[in-house]
Design a protein around this ligand. Sequence first.
Ligand code: NI
Length: 179
Amino acid sequence: MTVHDILKMGDARLLRVAQPVAAFDTDALHLLVTDLLDTMRAANGAGLAAPQIGVDLQVVIFGSNARNPRYPDRPLVPPTVLVNPVITPLSEATEDDWEGCLSVPGMRGIVPRWSHIRYTGFDQYGDPIDRVAEGFHARVVQHECDHLWGKLYPMRMTDMGKFGFTEVLFPDLAAYADD
Ligand code: NI
């Protein structure tokens, strides 16, 4: 188990389209998932994508059984390992809400996302995942999978007037302002 450094915006490795995973239930994939979990927990992340630790593969993790101190008022999202994901919007409806990212530390911005999605893919054992999600759950999935297409949330923003420092926007979250 290893807590990795998280790449920050400006690093070209965050802008790559990640490669699909070709083999499941391998030692290498299990080690990657363990490292992602250790790194996400150490940073109090809501999710983490392999490219954020410099690994060029389509693997994301998100969710938790415990409430996240960075997002104390958000609903729980089931702990998930998602490999080779595909996201399909279930309607054209979008909604705006605040997002942060461990690769954009100390900042938050308002990002439009699809309200209702279906997401499919596999877990690390190769078992299929096929879920419908809405709201915060749908947002987290879209944010994490965007890392696999080389997109960071500021690239999805439509109003840069709603982008700022966490410690200014949300003083109550100042203890986590270094995220
Ligand atoms: Ni992120």
